[in-house]
Design a protein around this ligand. Structure first.
Ligand code: GAR
Length: 203
């Protein structure tokens, strides 16, 4: 049984999609070992508790680089304490440190609501509308030291409609996120892939 650690900062709909996929067998031989949030008030933590999962709030204490590193160290310790095999960032609105990436080398996934490398960072759907793209989507990728940058596991697309707002586009992208993340996790856990340069390829 592989153990997933979920990190989130908000409502946790991607976490819930992963949970459903485990329950109905789309992700096999895996369990959610722990859900961690930097925001004690995150809806996703409450949802995790009501599902009977272990949910931890680990807020950053203080400001500055030292506080940031201390926070990451506490999160790494918690993930290690729960013997996590794969870390899934699910709306975790923090940049994680190189030490964190090194501690879980090639074992951290993230989902981002754009077709990377377009529109990294915040408000991706707003950026997509401002730019005027006709196709939007989401990306599941491995996490490396750079923001929204690691090797891409899979992407899903949605059309941008003429009357879209950031909210309507986000909702359409989110539906695809809920399909994409479980698919990507299942794929990665299967181990049936290799990485050539930046390309994630089936074996
Ligand atoms: C999702 O749209 C996710 O792609 C995005 O935050 C949202 C979290 O929603 N993540 C990022 O923007 C990361 N750069 P959720 O809490 O309902 O899963």
């Amino acid at each position: 049984m592989r153990r997933l650690g979920i990190l989130l900062s908000g409502r946790g709909s991607n976490f819930l999609a992963i949970h459903r996929a485990i329950a109905d067998g789309r992700i096999q031989d895996a369990e959610i070992a722990v859900v961690i949030s930097n925001k004690p008030e995150a809806g996703g933590l409450e949802a995790a508790r009501s599902l009977g999962l272990t949910a931890l709030a680990i807020p950053q204490e203080g400001k500055g680089q030292a506080a940031r590193q201390a926070h990451d160290a506490r999160v790494i310790t918690a993930l290690s304490d729960f013997n996590v095999d794969l870390v899934c960032l699910a709306g975790y609105m923090r940049i994680i440190s190189p030490a964190f990436v090194a501690a879980f080398s090639n074992r951290i996934l993230n989902i981002h609501p754009s077709l990377l490398p377009a529109f990294p960072g915040l408000d991706a759907q707003h950026q997509a509308l401002e730019y005027g793209v006709k196709v939007a989507g989401c990306t599941v990728h491995f996490v490396d030291e750079a923001v929204d940058h690691g090797v891409i596991v899979l992407q899903k697309t949605v059309p941008v409609l003429d009357d879209d707002t950031a909210d309507t586009l986000s909702a359409r992208v989110l539906e695809q996120e809920h399909i994409a993340y479980p698919e990507a996790i299942s794929y990665v856990l299967s181990g049936r892939f290799h990485i050539v340069g930046r390309r994630y390829l089936p074996l």
